[in-house]
Design a protein around this ligand. Structure first.
Ligand SMILES: [Zn+2]
Length: 468
């Protein structure tokens, strides 16, 4: 009896999303990497008719265009994992993803199996489900939670006008949508129809209670909007949409020269790194009730140098341990979102020229809640690291590997979709110390001294995933 395999092994299942806004897959995996189930959805029109053949979408493409609806293309749960509510979990994740891409409707597939019919009956207890032709459809309205005190919300329209005045003339006022989607990984987005229609900027309600975050997120989206209106639109008028579709990835990368041309206007006025490439991602600011950990170092100059982390992982502790000798530092906890603009710990240290930031930094150094100092970090023990090694094997044997400390979804996704791919495996090692090789691209031809280690891993390592 394998029916309750997931529960018996006490493994959690996690959802991973692959693909782009034209077609996406959600995979449900156990923590050890076993695939439990999968749902594939494709962008469709508002009758639920697919706009693409999901199998013909190229592997390397990323499309961020918005589509009105998504339709389930297929859904499957491995037999031994059925009847545990995992199907509902897959639907939930797919519905969330469709919302993230800005869709209004989520359709069932046309051929509804008995299982699918039952699944949709259960979905109708939790979603707004209706019938359209042979299909079921969910209307994806944004749920508004009442947990916010709206009187304390920033005035988005006033903020928008202020920021628009900073930008060159001739930019229309974009549409603004306030959404409340706590599971999204973005706090702002800018969607544009490229048919000349205005951009729509969406902002998460949760950020509208923090003046600084609201302002720099809106500014980030306005840089996209400005590029859409002042740069891309005239280009399309001259060259047409087919040419745009063909060349836009090279001519207008997501956060390219044009984006930063506008970002510079805001950064000159509101401070360095006010708008960055990532300033509309949730990871950067974390939940508002979670602290930001600020690593502060007093060097030779009077300036205090800083970096931040949103979590206190073993990796961070390891970094601090290395710094324990010979420098005057503190790791301090703060809830002030202004510190979210600091570089991440490990990717450099920043010093900030503005007086406001200097005052804040000095205050944090003198009065902040110290989590670790050079003395206290020495007593901390850190669990040995697990390494994941992604390996491919060609005709001549093992050829390249990458080592990471988490499951490298990108590689797996890439290789699982390519036809005629080489043999590949993702294995885990708890024994070999591969710390020095993490995030490096290793060609065994060029590093024969590693041959033995990797051959051993290929033959005896714990396989997380492999081709087929
Ligand atoms: Zn952006």
């Amino acid at each position: 009896m394998k029916i309750f395999e997931v529960l018996q092994t006490n493994e959690e299942v996690e959802c991973y999303s692959y693909g782009d806004s034209r077609t996406f897959d959600i995979e449900l995996e156990t923590t050890s990497g076993q695939i439990v189930g999968q749902i594939q959805c494709v962008a469709s029109d508002n009758n639920g008719d697919a706009l693409f053949n999901p199998d013909s979408i190229l592997d390397d493409a990323t499309d961020n265009d918005a589509y009105e609806a998504y339709t389930v293309y297929n859904i499957a749960i491995k037999p031994q994992f059925q009847k545990q509510g995992l199907g509902q979990k897959l639907y939930d994740a797919a519905i969330e993803q469709a919302k993230l891409y800005g869709a209004k409707y989520f359709f069932s597939d046309e051929l509804m199996t008995v299982d699918a019919k039952n699944a949709w009956i259960r979905l109708s207890n939790r979603y707004d489900v209706s019938n359209k032709g042979h299909k079921k459809v969910i209307t994806l309205s944004e749920s508004i939670l009442n947990e916010y005190d709206e009187s304390k919300m920033v005035n988005v329209q006033t903020m928008l006008q202020t920021l628009l005045n900073d930008l060159p003339d001739g930019i229309p006022t974009p549409n603004i949508k306030i959404v409340n989607n706590r599971s999204a990984n973005w706090i702002g987005s800018c969607i544009w129809g490229k048919d000349g229609k205005n951009s729509t900027i969406s902002l998460q309600k949760s950020i509208l209670f923090d003046e600084y975050t609201a302002k720099n997120t809106l500014a980030h989206e306005l840089c996209h909007h400005a590029e859409n209106m002042l740069i891309k639109l005239p280009w399309i008028k001259e060259h047409g949409i087919p040419a745009y579709n063909k060349y836009h990835k090279t001519l207008f990368p997501d956060h390219g020269t044009y984006f930063f041309q506008f970002a510079k206007i805001f950064n000159d006025k509101y401070g360095k790194d006010f708008v960055t490439e990532h300033s509309d991602e949730k990871d950067l600011i974390a939940d508002f009730d979670k602290p930001i950990y600020v690593f502060m170092v007093k060097g030779h100059s009077p300036k205090i140098l800083c970096a931040k982390s949103l979590t206190l992982t073993d990796k961070i502790k390891k970094y601090l341990l290395k710094k324990a000798e010979g420098s005057d530092w503190k790791l301090i906890e703060t809830f002030d979102r202004k510190f979210s603009q600091l570089p991440n710990i490990g990717s450099g240290l920043g010093s900030y020229p503005t007086q406001i930031m200097t005052d804040k930094i000095n205050d944090l150094w003198n009065n902040g809640k110290v989590v670790f100092s050079p003395e206290t970090i020495k007593g901390v023990t850190i669990a040995p690291e697990k390494f994941y090694i992604f390996m491919t094997k060609g005709f001549n044997g093992l050829n390249y590997m990458t080592v990471s400390t988490g499951i490298p979804k990108k590689n797996i996704d890439f290789y699982s979709r390519l036809k005629n791919q080489p043999e590949w495996k993702l294995v885990r090692s708890d024994e070999h110390d591969l710390a020095g090789l993490v995030n490096r691209f290793i060609h065994l031809d060029r590093q024969p001294e590693l041959n033995e280690v990797f051959n051993d891993l290929w033959n005896h390592g714990k396989v997380i995933k492999e081709r087929g």
